[in-house]
Each structure stands twice: as C-alpha cells, then as structure tokens.
Design a protein around this ligand. Structure first.
Ligand SMILES: *Cc1c(COP(=O)(O)O)cnc(C)c1O
Length: 433
C-alpha cells in the first residue's frame, strides 16, 4: 500500500519511506491510499487476541515493505500489554490504555514505530540518531519505545527543572542507546535547538538525524488496534457503541475514525477536549482558528493547533460529514476535578485528569441521547502519573504502581547543556560522528 500527502503536491510513497521521512516535503501528513475492509473479521471472530487483531490490521498497511515474519516479530515485541475494558457502571467502560512501560497510551504508537524503524534501518549505512524535544510525556514514550533497538540512538532534550520528578526519572534512567540532555532553558528552547539541528546542512551530512514526531503514520496505525479489540470484547453488540477520546492533537481519535472506515460499527466518536477548544469551535462554526495553548491539569492535551485535523478533513471532506461520525465538546478544570472526586467516591475508581475529560464526554452524550448504548471512554494515562494533581483533588495519597516506585530509586544520568546551539552541535559531533 502507498501513502499520499494530504496536500497532494508530492508523489505517494511506500510505508517504509513514509515512516523514515515522517512528513512529506509539502508539509502535509501521510494517509493510506486505501482503507482495508475488516468487517468480516470484526463480525465473525470474537476470540482473536489483541496481538492477532494488531497483526491482521497492520498487515494490510505494510504489504510489500515487511515480510509476515518481520511483522510478527514487530507485533510480538511492541504489543506486549493488552488494553482491557474496565467497567465503571452500567454500560460505561474505561478502555485502559495505560498498562505499558510509561503508563500512557503513547506507548502503543512509540513502540510500534520503533520496531518498524529497526527493520528499515538496515538500508542505511550509518546508525540513526533521533532527536526529541520534550516537556515530559512524549519523550519518555519514545525513549522507552526505542530502548535497546539496534542501530538507533535517541537523544532527548528536556528543560532542566521543568519536568516532574517521575517524568525526569523516566527520561534519565534508561541509558544504553538513550541519552538525556538537560537543557538550561525552557521547552521552547529545547524545540528550537532540535529545529536548528534539522536545518543544519553540515551536521546532517556528518550524522544521520531523524525525528519521532507524533504525526508519523507509524504511530497512528497501531492506535487503531485497540478500538477494534475493545469493541470485540463487548457483550451486547446490538446496542450502538460510542467512543469518547480525550484529545489534544487529535491523533488518537483519528485512528478511531480510521477504524470506523475499516468497518468498525461505531455510531459516534466524541473528541473531548479541555479548555483548548479549537476543534469543538471548528465543528460549531466551520472556522478553524488555532490559538496559543492554555495551561490545564490535563497538560498533554494543551494543544492550540491540533495537527491531525487535516487528516480528519481528508477522511470526511467537510464539517457536516465530519459531524456524522465525530462530535467534539470542551470541558473546564472545575468539571474535571469534580468528576475525579465523584467517581472515586461513588465507584472507588481513580481517573487521571485526561481520562476524566473522556468520561465527561460520555456523560454529555448521555444527557442528549436517551437510548441505551455501549459507552467507552479511553483511559489515556494511569492516575499515578499525575499523583500530585489527583492527591490535591481527593485529599489522600495515591499509591504508585511498582514500576514507578522502583524507578524513583534509580540513579539519574543526564548531561547538562547550556541553551546554546554551538554547545549542542559540538556535543552531537563529538558523540555520534
Ligand atoms: C497525548 C495525550 C493525549 C492526547 O492525544 P492526542 O492524540 O494528541 O489527541 C491524551 N491523554 C494523554 C495522557 C496523552 O499523553
């Protein structure tokens, strides 16, 4: 299968080129040329495992680029934890996507992309160096995904003193092919250093640089696996099914919409946002107006210019058509905290601030629609990842899972670098040439 650019001004490319390039030269985003029909699999075989479903879906996209054997190995090494539907009450479920190594859904995409790149790196004569600027979460998923992947180094830039204690340990304790650079500056400074490095011809001639951007098609495809798996676990498939997705860049929900196009019988997707309401406003008015993002307690969703909207428009063409498949609502900080408290009291279940916004989307849908439905919201992060915020809301300590408490006792290894391009450049040349 080939992948075209949403801007249509360059030629379609193979799966391997789409992954290794990340983005087409015309600044569009890659999309698959055809969408496979999975309705037969979905309607007949309910006993498939999560790995089997992942294999069946991805095999349609990677044809000609990976052998069956290679794909089997990729799935086996990346999809190592199942996403369960955890029942909250009645027909409402949390699809828990946080059982991976960094306790957030980004593990699915990062791990799959890393293993695909490992297979394609054989075509290059030098090792690949991936630069990532992070304010916390993306960096840890990428670092963990690429950990011990052959032929690839990951260099993470994070702002010194500006990430949480847990996040810092996730970034700085892996070692091996992962290097953490502690930049004396802000997240924007980290991003500027990375951008400058990508534009530096001399540097790019000397070492092989790449990015692991969230818009990479190899991070999108694996995010469709769990919608299909979740649906197949439902007991009563006669009811209409809705998915509410806590959204920032709208990548996760785009993967859901793709699964609907593949034949998954979902009646509505809900793109639930925090006060960064660019997409809800777009569906309401028809005007897409990016803004500077506002800071919230669901900070992984603080996005003022959601990049995947171009993929959604590409799939549906116009706002009325989008609305037949996707609604989008925004929720404020007070609603989010209140729900975390109430759900904990009522059901003894702890929501992180992102997942809480997903459940708010379900409740709003149920207020407007009175017929019974299967209601699934995506649990995008483990509550312990945001224990400071949650402890403030529920007024007691949050227990850390083993994986996190073990991490806190590990020794931090990082290299401090000034916010200075020459120092960064010298470091890269000295270390990776
Ligand atoms: C990245 C992230 C989101 C938002 O996902 P998008 O694909 O950007 O919409 C939601 N929740 C958590 C915990 C995240 O890390």
């Amino acid at each position: 299968m080939k992948f075209y650019s949403t801007n249509h001004s360059v030629n379609p490319v193979s799966f391997s080129t789409a992954i290794m390039k990340g983005m087409p030269e015309d600044n569009g985003l890659y999309m698959p040329e055809s969408i496979p029909d999975l309705s037969k699999i979905i309607n007949q075989n309910t006993s498939l495992s999560f790995q089997e479903i992942s294999y069946l879906i991805s095999s349609k996209f990677v044809k000609n680029c990976l052998t069956n054997n290679q794909l089997h190995n990729i799935i086996e090494n990346s999809m190592t934890f199942d996403p369960p539907n955890k029942r909250i009450n009645d027909n409402t479920y949390c699809l828990e996507l946080f059982h991976g190594p960094t306790l957030a859904f980004k593990d699915f995409g990062a791990r799959f992309m890393a293993r695909c790149m490992e297979n394609f790196i054989g075509n290059y004569d030098k090792s690949l160096n991936i630069l990532v600027a992070t304010s916390g979460d993306t960096g840890s998923a990428v670092a963990s995904g690429f950990y011990k992947v052959n032929g690839i180094n990951v260099i993470i830039l994070y702002p010194k003193g500006k990430v949480s204690a847990i996040q810092e340990k996730q970034l700085t304790t892996l070692e091996g092919n992962i290097t953490a650079l502690e930049i004396e500056g802000s997240f924007d400074d980290c991003q500027n250093l990375v951008k400058k490095a990508f534009l530096d011809r001399k540097l790019n001639k000397t070492i092989n640089l790449s990015s692991a951007n969230s818009i990479n098609i190899a991070r999108l495809i694996p995010q469709s696996f769990y919608y299909v798996y979740s649906y197949m676990q439902l007991k009563n498939k006669k009811l209409p099914t809705i998915f509410s997705v806590p959204s920032g860049n709208f990548g996760n929900i785009t993967a859901g919409l793709l699964s609907k196009k593949m034949g998954l019988p979902v009646s509505r997707f809900i793109g639930s946002t925090n006060i960064n309401d660019i997409v809800p406003k777009y569906l309401e008015t028809g005007n897409f107006l990016p803004k500077v993002s506002k800071k919230t307690i669901s900070n992984a969703m603080d996005v003022g210019n959601p990049s995947n909207i171009v993929r959604i428009i590409d799939l549906f063409k116009n706002v009325p058509k989008i609305k037949e498949s996707m609604l989008s609502w925004s929720f404020n900080e007070k609603e989010t905290s209140r729900l975390i408290l109430n759900i904990n009291k009522k059901y003894n279940y702890l929501l992180d601030p992102h997942s809480a916004i997903g459940l708010l989307g379900i409740y709003k849908y149920l207020e407007l629609n009175h017929q019974p439905s299967n209601n699934i919201f995506l649990g995008t992060a483990h509550p312990a990842k945001f224990c400071d915020i949650i402890e403030n809301i529920i007024n007691r300590k949050v227990e850390l899972p083993d994986r996190l408490s073990k991490l806190l006792s590990k020794k931090k290894k990082s290299i401090v670098i000034k916010n200075d391009y020459n120092e960064f450049y010298d470091y890269l040349i000295k270390t990776f040439q």
